[in-house]
Design a protein around this ligand. Sequence first.
Ligand SMILES: CC(=O)SCCNC(=O)CCNC(=O)[C@H](O)C(C)(C)COP(=O)(O)OP(=O)(O)OC[C@H]1O[C@@H](n2cnc3c(N)ncnc32)[C@H](O)[C@@H]1OP(=O)(O)O
Length: 156
Amino acid sequence: MIQQLENGFSIRPISLNDFEEVKDTLSALTVVGEISPEIYASLLKYWDTLYLDDNKTKVYNVHVIVDSSGTICAVGTIFLEKKIIHCGGIVGHIEDISVNKKCQGMKLGKLLIEHLTNVGRKAGCYKIILDCDVKNTGFYEKCGYSNAGVEMQIRF
Ligand SMILES: CC(=O)SCCNC(=O)CCNC(=O)[C@H](O)C(C)(C)COP(=O)(O)OP(=O)(O)OC[C@H]1O[C@@H](n2cnc3c(N)ncnc32)[C@H](O)[C@@H]1OP(=O)(O)O
């Protein structure tokens, strides 16, 4: 399931061996904190158990962009939520988008969003949504997204 992108980059689902590089790449987004290789492995195993009704489309699609040497440059997720409304429709949630600091500004973020959006479109999503900081709205607009409201949260 490796897909070639431009300039020697490619995109593929996350794998067990990606542990350290994915943590490093996610640190451009937020504090990753303590997570053991065992918990990482069980998370990947859990994601591998969840499929939509077609038994082919994964609910959790966590994908990485790698360069020609195989080094991870970006990571991002689309989670596919099956709903009651819209006739049992599917909403895609784009989450945890992070481009390694060394690779920012090289259009990898845009390629990643386009790829994940395509995963959602192919799965039959009637919409794809995401939360982001105001400073990133310009980036998502360049990816075809538009402002659709306000994020609310309660933190524990
Ligand atoms: C749902 C979520 O996870 S939101 C969290 C997003 N992630 C983060 O904030 C983590 C740290 N930042 C990053 O990982 C990256 O900088 C990202 C994901 C915001 C952008 O990825 P990059 O690879 O650096 O951006 P990319 O090179 O693809 O830029 C595509 C276009 O968007 C523009 N752009 C990039 N970032 C921004 C921004 N913050 N504001 C406005 N425009 C932007 C670029 O100039 C480019 O425009 P162009 O096509 O006209 O030349």
